[in-house]
Design a protein. Sequence first.
Length: 97
Amino acid sequence: MHLVVAATGLNYGAGIIGWIIIGAIAGWLAGMVMRGGGYGLVGDIIVGIIGALVGGFVLSLFGLGANGFWTTLVTAFIGACILIAIVRAVSGSRAPA
């Protein structure tokens, strides 16, 4: 389990509550930046946590990782933005300009 968590953006040691908080913040921020609004509290948490996994994977390809609250938040935010872009590209939906 530790190796899986270390490969993601969720390894700063706060446990599941920390993951939920980071997920909510990162998902909400990504929803705002990607011009579509948030996805509700639960949706933001899910987008943020999955985004942290995506961000952790992408950053690990460059030899980088997250090891604190702020770097974890940035990693989750980057991954959430990537996730939203992929979902929109696949589904064909766009936010109003």
